[in-house]
Design a protein around this ligand. Structure first.
Ligand code: AMP
Length: 470
């Protein structure tokens, strides 16, 4: 079996890998490392989660150390382009971790932060520069960066670059690079435009690919829950009653949607934050750090912001809305089941999303099982218990004091392991917003349940707005 030593990597790299606890190269690493070490151009079809960062970072560090020379002033020996700040940061962190003790310098450049520190970092030149395209072009225009001595050029997550409108900026940057260079190009999918870009940038590349959809899909327990759009937030709140939902990444389609969902979770006592393009770099970093440290149970993200999020131990990926592009479904669920672990992915699918689901199933060549939670024993008991009790309601709601019984009676019950109702559901339930009611869920093909408009708890005031339908 291949191991890192047999790939011929330099000693400091082997020590760094041992320190990281990596014993065996992943398939993309086993394929790509020898090619990159040989100086070949490589076209890699792989998504995050396959170990592709190390697949290019390790042999690049090896080559840079083998042919040491001073870093060019205002320039870099290796340029890595990444679509997002998060991914750029993570790639730079990987280079630093794997290259510890090699005396090579790494800098990262992206938008949304001050220019000064980046200008200073670039001034002396660096061995490895990781950048997002927009800010790098600013530095090139300002003559702060000069890339005409780049030896190795890496384009990561090319298909995401396309989605974000970065193809022209990439072509502009590539024009400033020397003709003679090594090119590494990674993409999870190969739409036409990306194929064309690869054809223009790469020189007789060796192709390596791992089949992410198959491998990722196999390891992840995937479920589809059919639910009306208007009830999704209530359902989400209910899903968080499961203790197993420890570290959960929730995907929404829009930035505002991410904010709303995060707010709704906070309102029921689930620590959550949203990350998306409108958040400042500081906010994004703080949210990600809290999520990584386990201080926050839920991170609500848009596809773009979630790109490159590499957090170990994500227990669940919830797709609050399905993505418009089927490939994004695979990217999303790939945030769980990282590095060989298992994981769960639940997609909440409304009627008007069934077409998207069909496309996803076609692309991933699978039928995602639908989850009829009425057949789930533990949950069925929970539903029964919850159906028999009134939910809490904020005191300012006049209907809270309508003589329906005392507070004691209205407290929702906690179920013990045997499914018996316990007297107090504790903190989370006390935060349960008005408007909450146990859900009647629909199985695949069922007609969505009608809302019972005559029930007072469905017509609560603004107090529970955070999770109520919008
Ligand atoms: P990536 O695809 O680069 O985002 O990497 C996915 C995750 O796998 C990261 O958390 C890496 O630290 C981890 N990883 C990369 N290579 C290995 C390896 N050979 N053995 C175990 N974990 C790895």
């Amino acid at each position: 079996m291949t191991n890192f030593a047999s790939l011929g990597l330099a000693k400091p790299l082997l020590s760094a890998l041992a320190a990281e606890g990596y014993t065996t190269p992943t398939p993309i690493q086993a394929q790509a490392i020898p090619l990159v070490m040989d100086g070949k151009d490589v076209l890699g079809i792989a998504q995050t989660g396959t170990g592709k960062t190390a697949a290019f970072a390790l042999p690049i560090l090896h080559r840079l150390a083998e042919n040491r020379r001073p870093a060019p002033r205002r320039g870099a020996r290796c340029l890595v382009l990444s679509p997002t700040r998060e991914l750029a940061t993570q790639i730079a962190e990987s280079f630093r971790a794997y290259g510890a003790g090699m005396g090579l310098t790494v800098a990262v450049v992206f938008g949304g932060v001050k220019y000064g520190p980046q200008v200073r970092a670039l001034a002396a030149g660096v061995d490895v520069l990781v950048a997002t395209p927009g800010r790098l072009i600013d530095h090139i225009q300002e003559k702060v960066a000069n890339l005409n001595e780049v030896e190795i050029f890496v384009l990561d997550e090319a298909d995401q670059m396309l989605d974000m409108g970065f193809i022209m900026p990439i072509r502009r940057i590539a024009k400033t690079l020397p003709q003679k260079r090594q090119n590494l190009f990674f993409s999870a999918t190969m739409p036409n435009e990306i194929g064309k870009l690869a054809g223009d940038l790469l020189n007789n590349p060796s192709k390596v690919s791992v089949t992410p959809s198959a491998t990722t899909v196999e390891k992840i327990d995937q479920k589809v829950l059919f639910i009306e759009s208007a009830r999704k937030r209530v359902l989400l709140a209910e899903l968080f009653d499961e203790a197993a939902m420890k570290r959960v990444l929730v995907f929404t389609r829009t930035k505002r949607g991410a904010d709303r969902v995060a707010k709704g979770l906070c309102a029921i006592g689930v620590e959550a934050a949203s990350i998306h393009g409108d958040k400042t770099q500081g906010q994004r970093e703080r949210a990600l750090a809290a999520f990584k440290a386990g201080e926050m149970r839920a991170l609500v993200a848009t596809d773009i912001a979630a790109r490159g999020i590499d957090v170990d131990g994500v227990s669940h990926v919830i797709q609050f809305e399905l993505p418009n592009v089927p490939e994004a479904y695979v990217h999303r669920i790939g945030r769980t089941a990282r590095a060989g672990a298992g994981g769960s992915a639940v997609a909440l699918v409304a009627d008007d999303e069934r077409n998207l689901l069909r496309d996803i199933q076609k692309v991933t060549r699978q039928t995602i099982p639908s989850w009829d939670r009425r057949n789930d024993k533990g949950l069925a008991q929970a539903h029964a218990a919850m159906a028999s009790i009134e939910p809490d309601r904020p005191a300012r709601d006049p209907r809270a004091a309508n003589g329906r019984g005392n507070q004691q009676k209205r407290k929702p019950a906690t179920l013990d392991a045997a499914g018996k109702a316990q007297p107090d559901r504790g903190q989370r339930a006390r935060h349960r917003p008005a408007g909450y009611e146990p859900l009647a869920l629909v199985a695949a093909g069922d007609a969505p349940p009608k809302r019972k408009r005559n029930r007072s708890r469905n017509r609560s005031g603004g107090g529970g707005g955070a999770v109520s339908a919008s």
